[in-house]
Design a protein. Sequence first.
Length: 522
Amino acid sequence: MASSSSNYIIEFKIDVIKTLKIVGISTGVLTAIGLGAYYIHRRSQSSKRVILRDEVRNILRPFQLTEEQLRRVMANLNTEMTNALKVDNSVENDLAMFPTYVHHGPSGKESGEYLVVDLGGSNFRVSHVFIEGRNRMRLNNKIFLIPHSLLLGEGEKLFDYIAECLQRFIDDNKLSVLKTADYKFDLAFTFSFPCQQKSLREATLVSWTKGFSCTSVVGNDVVLMLQQAIDRRKNLPIQVVALVNDTVGTLMACSSNYRDCKAGVILGTGMNACYFEALDNIPKWKGARDNQTKQVIINTEWGALGKNGCLDFIRTDIDRELDESSLTPHQQVFEKMISALYLGEIVRLIIVDLVQRSILFPGRMQKSPSIRPDYNIFLILRGSFYAKHVADIENDTTDDLSTTATILTSIGIHDPSYDDCFIIREVCKTVSLRAAKLAAAAIAVLINRLNMSSVTVAVDGTLFRHHEQFKQNLSRTLGRLVLRAHRLVLSEDGSSKGSALVAAVDRRLKTSPIVYEKNLPS
Ligand code: GLC
């Protein structure tokens, strides 16, 4: 790492007393002196503190949310949820609150063989799931990469590609062997985008999120589009039986083990939640209302919160800049403050700001005659800093911040100084903490709405799985915001297993009488 060239004051605090003790206790043995010297070195390294300039503090301050602000976010989210349950109004309501037509969790009596296609990020997964009763499941899956051109191209091509991958999966795993000539696989389609459903297998895409923008899909029934692509292949014996949002899959998979699991949350590329709501609390519900259907899972699509300004009191200039330059300006405002797709970009924009103020890499970016082209790439390339970088830098506990330096070097910022690394780690911590606090505020609203004596929330997504600090901050903040007993549980393979369960519950209900669940939300 290059030595610091900036004006930051570096404090070396050496714990003299501890050091003397070490030296004193050892009776003149050379080894001990050696150890003492090593200890002093370690202490001096780990107690280096860069005093942040006021300018840095001022830039980071708007990202530091108070509990009062979080409670206002909670109140606003709760109001928007209630409003959107009254009537569908995509202009006035921030949220969609889509009924999913999933009325029951698994009872343990489900069984059978299912295929699941899981589309929601930059790759998609095909799974073959066996449900063997009493919540035992076997799963075999394969991840297929989606060529970038397909994400932005003609929608029909995307669905044809999915059908092609399904064919490959069935052939490679010889799934059709021993099946009768008229056998058809039931397929659950995990499609993690906002869809207005008319039934379990009719779902109109309302808008793309998370960087997808295939043409001719918005406004169309995606179940039909997938079925048509499957049928175009002539020899693919599959019927699509259910459309499932990833949050719903996450909830279903977890609720087979936890009876009080009534909410599912994704904290990953996107961020969203679903929960069981009593039909009596959904004035806009037009579907069946009888003994068997007293509740339905609502896909909140809460990433859209803020569309009409209710988050403006905490949005920063950086949030606005990120939003304006995104594929979907003014949409998914809340998601853009939290999810993994955007966390790295928020950090990158702050870094760019600090560079432009000559606080970071002073004298080495614009002024130097030997400007490195890769520095400039980092400065202008949207999305070049990932959430994984944020997590790794935030977790950097090395004395010399060498992890941070290595990451910065890997993205083209060569020889960052200790000060540069220190400031960037502060930026990562601040942005990640804000995201965790906001996610906690949202989950707190869910827990309060469920109004149960204790509730389990199923969670999946990279931020929860792999970003340890984020997860800790989330749990800590949630503990402060809600008094009710709750636990967050990782839902393993939720969006595949849970979707298969949705199809399985549907099959069971068609053939056998309902088994009523306890712990309904009141
Ligand atoms: C986006 C999608 C939503 C999905 C979430 C997590 O917010 O709109 O449907 O559940 O990402 O993948």
